[in-house]
Design a protein around this ligand. Sequence first.
Ligand code: ADP
Length: 497
Amino acid sequence: MKYILALDQGTTSSRAILFDQHGQNIATAQKEFKQHYPQSGWVEHDADEIWSSQISVASEVLARTQLSTANIAAIGITNQRETVIVWDRHTGKPICNAIVWQDRRTASFCEQLVADGHEAAFKQKTGLRLDPYFSGTKIRWIIDNIKDARKRADAGDLMCGTVDTWLIYNLSGRTLHVTDSTNASRTLLYNIHTKQWDADLLSILNIPQSMLPEVKPSSDVYGMTSGTHLGNPLPIAGIAGDQQAALFGQMCTTPGMIKSTYGTGCFMLVNTGDTAITSNNNLLTTIAWEINGQTTYALEGSIFIGGAVVQWLRDGLGLIKSAPEIESLATSVPNTGGLYLVPAFAGLGAPYWDPYARGIMIGISRGTTSAHIARAALEAIAYQVDDVMHAMATDADIDIPEMRVDGGACANNLLMQFQADLLGIPVIRPKVQETTALGAAYLAGLAVGYWKNQNEIAGQWAIDRTFEPTISPAQANTYRAGWQKAVSRSRNWDQSS
Ligand code: ADP
């Protein structure tokens, strides 16, 4: 028997999962690693710890199943996106900590770029906003702020990459310097239409192209592991950023297919086929994957606070002891009694992008109880997803027939039912919910012929439960109008940030 080894390098932990030919999870190993917060708004990881935690879980999962590399057909990699690492080309040593996607240190630089009139060019070429979230300004920060980095960068002595690149560089014994187009499309440096590093954007950010990896398809044999880490050399054959991998793992492979991941935040991607649609509603345009010379695009909306509002009820308010408990508390009342909770704890993400919004509860009456708050918290997750869905439908002008869901909070039946009610389309929860790692495994397996084609894989996707809408569109509109009013009250609140 042969398996695919998926390496899922996330923001808080590194995981390794073995999948069999039916797409079933055979074994998982996971290791958390340290988060570094050197200053307010800064988030860093130790790049060596990213690597050591990832390689140790890969070894662990093989040891635990008593499998050797002879039993592995290929390795697929999926990763936290946008996080960047810069290292010395000669020693392979990082020159500083990785700057993580959440890090806001380049906010003023981004504002300066906007003031200098560069926003339109970046949006047109990369599909992204000039926001510190993306990799480009983080690389520039490192070049400007780490001792001698500018000199070494200009001399060609430094390499950089997102986490996929860093892992493959190390897995290959420092011989491969590659990424895939999904990760490249999150850097602010990659033209998603011409599929090349963009000379103009590199020049605006003053980043030498010699630092950047070669961009490859998402499903391709990039090279072999060096044989020093896991045993005999293995093909490294799939790469995708985590949200794109989840879209593929959910088999959202035709235009209009959409997935929503309900984790700490919510991430929604809709497949737009071979068209890169420019958003007029504050969504991002991104590459979903590149397979067999064909590029598939997606529109993306990120919501900062999803399941995190449930954590706030648990840890901040103490209304529940565990996240799943919210469902019984919320179900103990038939509705919110007119209460709305807007969890703009860190501003609002898509489609508002309002850093000055702050959380509010509104519509509180003498009869409001903790159960109403619990229900309003769950509904708030669904309302935010509904907002993004409307932005997507408007931008893409395509029929979205259903929504596939994954992530921790999709276990909540009340939330999923309310989501279907609001959207007016079925919400479908699959049996396998580790869609991120599965997507990476699929990409790798396709490249080495472990699976013949996408049709074979699509047959493996199976439904756990479908939630059908139960209210009329008019009723949904009434709910939505209340939500919109509440959102308008939350906006433009914190003038200090
Ligand atoms: P991440 O990958 O972002 O760490 P997960 O996919 O593991 O997130 O999901 C964890 C999130 O889901 C937490 O924010 C938690 O509050 C929420 N969550 C977990 N179970 C439930 C539940 N039954 N109902 C609502 N929220 C839940």
